[in-house]
Every structure is written in structure tokens, then in C-alpha cells.
Design a protein around this ligand. Structure first.
Ligand SMILES: C[S@@+](CC[C@H](N)C(=O)[O-])C[C@H]1O[C@@H](n2cnc3c(N)ncnc32)[C@H](O)[C@@H]1O
Length: 286
């Protein structure tokens, strides 16, 4: 049964999670916080959510149990080709211009990051777009990384098997071309596209980036869409600036309408706005 929690208790745990993990719920999302904490308490075997919260606040949860809490608080909505305008821009402008620049410099390598990838629909949509726009893709070195804080979402992404809800806005011809029926009612992305995406855990609020170890430096394109809503405005802005630092000259930073209207009122440092949700780092080599 869902235990209803006092605003004081929710505010205390919100403060703790924000300080420790960078996870933040504004008051409009307190019902999500309450639901997530109730689910986490149940999964961890607590008699009620209040007991679980007290243990969180006392720092009594081990790393694994804290990860269970995080997982229940970051259930991310996503689907293939979310915001089609972005993928049209990718296929008609961003990728072709990038290829032209790279070919000119003799560097046939592409570096792309989907930060906050949830269950994988975003990075796999990127892989499909790359395969549609790069006829000689096999002769390119593709570094396409996808990271998230939610380990259960990453597991689902590894499986790359999805139900119809994930395909709700995807053009139907892609469905037959790039997926095979798998378990009942599910379709799995073909291995020749799945192989491009390297999934890993990365907490945008805590972990270091850009670093060469995490493969997050000198990126040509960084996607971070519908993720900044999990942070305070100040932290969201810091994260956008750090992601901008990950870009190579000429690189693109792609956000979503909800991120750019609330968290990126000014372009992140060193970037210029070229569309409502797209920013570009100037290219000194131009
Ligand atoms: C709403 S989903 C967005 C998925 C995808 N980018 C899209 O736009 O369809 C937000 C994702 O951000 C992840 N997230 C939240 N806080 C994070 C953090 N501190 N570090 C990394 N990922 C985080 C969540 O786990 C969730 O999978």
C-alpha cells in the first residue's frame, strides 16, 4: 500500500538526495518522489516508506540499496525518434556536414554521446540515423556511447527488445527494416546496429567528464534530452556547461524543449544556438 508522506519528510529526503546524488524533485514532482520512495521501500523489504526514508537520511543504506532507490526515482519515459525534428536535422544537416568536415581532414571517426539514455531508444535511434546517412559506414570508426544512472534501464537497453509503446512515433518502414520479432509482442533491434552503441553507468551529477577514460572528450555530438528536469536549475546549468566542454570544435549539443526552455535560457559556455534545441561549438578550423 502506498504510504502518504508529509511534505517535511519529502523535503528532507529531497534535500539529501540532491546533495548526495544530484537528484532533485521540484514540488510539482513530489507525487513522483513519493511514489518512487514507496516502490523502493517495498523492493527493499521495509515495512513502510517512512522507515526507508529514515534509513536513507541516516546514511544507513549501502551502495546497492541506494541504487535501488535511484532506480525507482528515475523511471525515464522515452521512445524511438522522440522529437522527429531533431532526427530530421541530424540526417539532413548535422551528420552530412560532420562527414564533410571529417572527410576533408582525413579523420573517419565519429564520436557521439547519448547522456541519460534511459532504456536505449535514443542511442539506437541515433544508430539508425547514422546507418541511413552514411553509405560507407563500415569504413568509419563509430564511437557511440550511451550512459545513464539507472542500472535497470541500462539492462533493458542491453537487450534492445521493445514493445509497441516504444515505437509509437517511429516511421513504420523502419520497423520492418531494422527490427526482428523477439519475445511475445516485442521487437529486437538488429545486431548490426546494436553493435554501435556502448552502454555504461554514468551519474551526470557526480562523475567526471569530459575524460578520455569515460570516452566523453572531443565529442562531435552530445545528446542530453529530457534529463535536466531531474536537477535544480543551478545544477542543470552546470551540467549543460560540463557537457558543452565535452564537445570538439564544431560539435553539436542537442537538448529537448523542456531542457532548453527551463535550464538553458543562455547557451552553454562557448556554444551558439542554431535551433530551438540545438547548440553548436564554433569551429576554429572553418
Ligand atoms: C526521461 S528519460 C530521457 C531519455 C532520453 N534522453 C529521451 O529524451 O527520450 C531521463 C533519463 O535521465 C536519467 N537520469 C536522471 N538523473 C541522472 C543522472 N544524475 N545521471 C545520469 N542520468 C540520469 C534517468 O535515469 C532517465 O533514464
Amino acid at each position: 500500500m502506498i504510504q502518504s508522506l508529509t511534505t517535511d519528510l519529502l523535503s528532507a529526503v529531497n534535500h539529501y538526495l540532491s546533495e548526495r546524488l544530484g537528484l532533485y524533485f521540484n514540488e510539482m514532482r513530489y507525487s513522483d518522489l513519493e511514489r518512487g520512495l514507496n516502490n523502493a521501500a517495498q523492493e527493499l523489504g521495509y515495512a513502510n516508506a517512512e522507515h526507508c526514508i529514515n534509513e536513507i537520511l541516516e546514511g544507513a543504506l549501502n551502495k546497492q540499496d541506494l541504487q535501488t532507490v535511484v532506480r525507482n526515482l528515475t523511471v525515464g519515459e522515452t521512445y524511438f525518434f522522440r522529437d522527429q525534428a531533431v532526427f530530421i536535422a541530424m540526417e539532413e544537416k548535422i551528420i552530412p556536414e560532420l562527414l564533410k568536415r571529417k572527410r576533408k581532414s582525413g579523420n573517419k571517426a565519429l564520436r557521439i554521446w547519448s547522456a541519460g539514455c534511459s532504456t536505449g531508444e535514443e542511442p539506437y535511434s541515433i544508430a539508425i540515423s547514422l546507418s541511413r546517412t552514411i553509405p560507407d559506414i563500415d569504413s568509419w570508426q563509430i564511437h557511440l556511447i550511451a550512459t545513464d544512472i539507472n542500472t535497470r534501464s541500462l539492462e533493458k537497453a542491453h537487450n534492445a527488445s521493445y514493445g509497441s509503446w516504444s515505437f509509437r512515433t517511429m516511421p513504420s518502414e523502419f520497423f520492418h527494416q531494422y527490427f526482428q520479432p523477439s519475445a511475445e509482442g516485442q521487437h529486437k533491434l538488429n545486431d548490426n546496429l546494436r553493435k554501435y552503441v556502448k552502454l555504461s553507468y554514468l551519474n551526470l551529477a557526480e562523475d567526471e567528464y569530459p575524460t578520455s577514460k569515460s570516452g566523453t572528450s572531443e565529442m562531435d555530438i552530445v545528446f542530453c534530452r529530457n534529463v535536466l528536469i531531474y536537477f535544480t536549475q543551478q545544477r542543470g546549468k552546470q551540467i549543460a556547461d560540463k557537457l558543452a566542454d565535452c564537445l570538439a570544435p564544431g560539435g553539436s549539443f542537442i537538448t529537448s524543449a523542456s531542457d532548453s526552455s527551463r535550464f538553458i535560457t543562455q547557451p552553454p559556455k562557448g556554444l551558439q544556438r542554431v535551433g530551438s534545441t540545438i547548440f553548436v561549438k564554433s569551429n576554429a578550423e572553418k
